[in-house]
Design a protein around this ligand. Structure first.
Ligand SMILES: Nc1nc2c(ncn2[C@@H]2O[C@H](COP(=O)(O)OP(=O)(O)OP(=O)(O)O)[C@@H](O)[C@H]2O)c(=O)[nH]1
Ligand SMILES: [Mg+2]
Length: 332
């Protein structure tokens, strides 16, 4: 997934004013009739909810808006340039690449930024003596970084059933398979809250590739954790059947350590502990063991057989509806 890129943007230059004079019939006098140059066009960055990565921006990298056309005789103004619009997913953070100054955090669904301002057109001889040339359009280098905007972050070791769970509770259909790292970039799913108008859907993001040592680059590294930073709550999915021979409690401790190494705020986020694969034989005993070591509420489910999901989902919805009073019930 491409989630950080550097780009060059150049707004259109203004067209030149025209230096033209028209002679009057039967006299030797001339009067100026040169038209103004057209305005160049801006480069705009606009949020598009259908975009989920910056891949299309990375492919192009250079973005130029059209120049204004020159003015002509008979006071004819040159045409304005056509703007260049760069569409980005919600959650794109835009900085000046040179100074690293934050220009805009496009977290809102209708965000728009004038990334490079166009040059005004020059004045024609009808307005100025002599006619003037157009002003240059702004140019700059920007760095774009995507931090997806989601309500819930879904973390867990590879193969714990994150995608299966995401598919159960949302409209998303991520690939699931019995080998690790099936999901190689964050995938989003929307949980419908049909009976709740103010928040039409909760967005959940699966953070792939976390293992012990991700902060040192193991697995898929910790790069995708940035997409969990804006979430309100994390769901930590644990393979309670220990299908791959690891100890569930060790998994839980290791991933929390990775969160902490990445940043304290992520570590401090409320965490919903979900024990998955409870349909498998060893899960019950492992859960008993796990519960004796972790003093938190644990939600036992089977994402595959769709057990325990409804109770968990109801509690998540209540938490988002009624806020903190439900946090204790959800996270323990
Ligand atoms: N028995 C059982 N198997 C499950 C359950 N949930 C998921 N699985 C299986 O576990 C395997 C991994 O599931 P995924 O949903 O791809 O797991 P993931 O955590 O998204 O894995 P990565 O994307 O590779 O990190 C698949 O073979 C699933 O069918 C469950 O509740 N019970
Ligand atoms: Mg997956």
């Amino acid at each position: 997934m491409i989630d950080s890129v550097r780009i060059y943007v150049k707004a259109g230059d203004g067209g030149s004013g025209c230096n033209s004079f028209k002679g009057k019939k039967f006299t030797r006098s001339y009067h100026p009739d040169g038209g103004n140059g057209g305005r160049g066009a801006d480069v705009n960055i606009r949020v598009d909810r259908n975009k989920q990565s910056l891949e299309h921006v990375q492919v192009k990298q250079h973005f130029r808006a059209e120049n204004g056309k020159d003015g002509s005789g008979n006071k004819k103004k040159g045409a304005n340039g056509r703007p260049c619009i760069i569409k980005v997913p919600p959650g794109t953070i835009i900085r000046d690449a040179k100074t690293n100054l934050l220009l805009r955090d496009m977290a809102e669904p209708d965000g728009e930024l004038v990334a490079a301002r166009a040059g005004e057109g020059g004045k024609g001889s009808a307005k100025a003596k002599p006619a003037t040339s157009g002003l240059p359009g702004e140019e700059r280098r920007l760095s774009l970084e995507l931090k997806l905007v989601a309500d819930i972050g879904l973390i867990g070791y590879p193969n714990t059933g994150k995608s299966t769970f995401l598919a159960r509770i949302s409209s998303a259909r991520p690939k699931t398979a019995s080998y690790p790292f099936t999901t190689s970039s964050p995938s989003l799913g929307a949980l419908e809250l049909s009976d709740f108008d103010e928040v039409p859907a909760l967005i959940m993001v699966e953070i792939p590739g976390l293992i012990k040592g991700s902060n040192q680059g193991k697995g898929l590294g910790a790069q995708f954790l940035r997409h969990a930073e804006r979430t309100r709550v994390l769901i930590h999915l644990i393979d309670m059947a220990a299908e791959e021979g690891r100890d569930p409690f060790e998994d839980y401790r290791n991933l929390n350590q990775e969160l902490k190494s990445y940043n304290q705020r992520l570590f401090d986020k409320p965490q919903i502990l979900v024990a998955n694969k409870m349909d498998l034989p060893k899960a019950e005993i492992n859960l008993r063991n796990f519960s004796s070591k972790v003093d938190k509420k644990i939600w036992p489910i089977s994402a595959k057989e769709c057990a325990g999901i409804k109770e968990l989902l109801d509690c998540i919805k209540n938490y988002f509806r009624q806020g903190l009073s439900h946090e204790k019930k959800l996270t323990g």
